[in-house]
Write a protein that binds this ligand. Structure first.
Ligand code: AMP
Length: 280
């Protein structure tokens, strides 16, 4: 695996591969890699792409300074895992390399409704930071395919919208969420859970499974309220347990039995905030 730290260097390398008409697949990450990230690398690999990963803990997408400071960093293990998975190129930029003009967002992205609900509502500014970093990364690495995880359902919609707004040609491929044996969605933040919190954390996926098993046409408010109560009983402080239209993310209170739905949760166990979702 070739490691680049400078945008100009990876740019030059990709220019040469472009001349050979090699298709490129890009997997952006914030590191602290787990099997969920590696599954994206494997999917990209299986499509025959030249696979490029990036590791960059993006300061502009953290609305909570504490979360940024405590974000796990495991760079040596990450490199080993990427090598093992057959990743071809790793981009490992510094903050200065990513944001040569400083951390200001000069081009706010018009994300409309998507920025007002769920993660947008509870993490103000988060999606602007996500768009800023992915836009910059795709300018440096204009890959044919961008592989994203369904684990961050709303983020996938936001990045699709940003790509549309900016007329980017990269095709976005959404990959399924990988889970631990007990159902907990894999996440870098799981590393920060102590034993007791780790045991409780599984309740988020149980809530989602319960919604999936019980959802029926008609009023959904009791199901949503019951989900928050289930999380509270398990020791969570819940931001939201919602059911939304899977295509638009419009919150659905009364289901016609036809619209494709997704259930989404965000909740704190101690000071660790976990998110998960499930298509219904
Ligand atoms: P992150 O490092 O958390 O920014 O995630 C980098 C990419 O990996 C994003 O596209 C995530 O949606 C994806 N990802 C994170 N967790 C999982 C998971 N459990 N399964 C599949 N993809 C994931």
């Amino acid at each position: 695996m070739i490691i680049f730290k400078k945008a100009a260097d990876i740019g030059q390398f990709l220019h040469k591969t472009g001349e050979k008409k090699t298709k490129t697949g890009f997997v952006p990450t914030m590191g602290a890699l787990h099997q969920g990230h590696i599954s994206l690398i494997e999917t990209a690999k299986s499509g025959g792409d030249l696979v490029i990963a990036s590791i960059f803990v993006n300061p502009t997408q953290f609305n909570d300074a504490n979360d940024f400071q405590n974000y796990p960093v495991t760079i040596e293990q990450d490199i080993d895992q990427l090598e093992h998975a057959g990743c071809d190129v790793l981009f490992l930029p510094s903050v200065e390399e990513m944001y040569p003009d400083g951390l200001v967002n000069k081009t706010p992205y018009d994300l409309g409704y998507l920025e007002t609900v769920l993660e947008g509502k509870y993490r103000p500014g988060h999606f602007q930071g996500v768009c800023q970093v992915v836009h910059r990364l795709l300018t440096i690495i204009p890959a044919d395919h961008l592989y994203l995880g369904q684990k961050d359902f709303q983020q996938c919609m936001v990045i699709k919208k940003m790509a549309e707004l900016k007329g980017l040609k990269t095709k976005i491929i959404i990959c399924p969420t990988l889970r631990e044996a007990d159902g907990l969605a894999m996440s870098s933040r799981n590393m920060r859970l102590n034993k007791e919190a780790r045991q409780k954390a599984v309740e988020i996926s149980r809530v989602l499974l319960h919604i999936k098993a019980s959802v029926k046409p008609g009023d959904l408010s009791a199901l949503k309220k019951g989900s928050v109560e289930q999380l509270t009983r398990a020791g969570f402080k819940t931001d939201y347990a919602e059911i939304a239209d899977a295509n638009s993310l419009e919150l659905v209170d009364n289901w016609d039995g036809k619209r494709k739905l997704v259930a989404l949760c965000a909740a704190f166990i101690g000071e660790i905030r976990l998110i998960d979702n499930m298509l219904l």
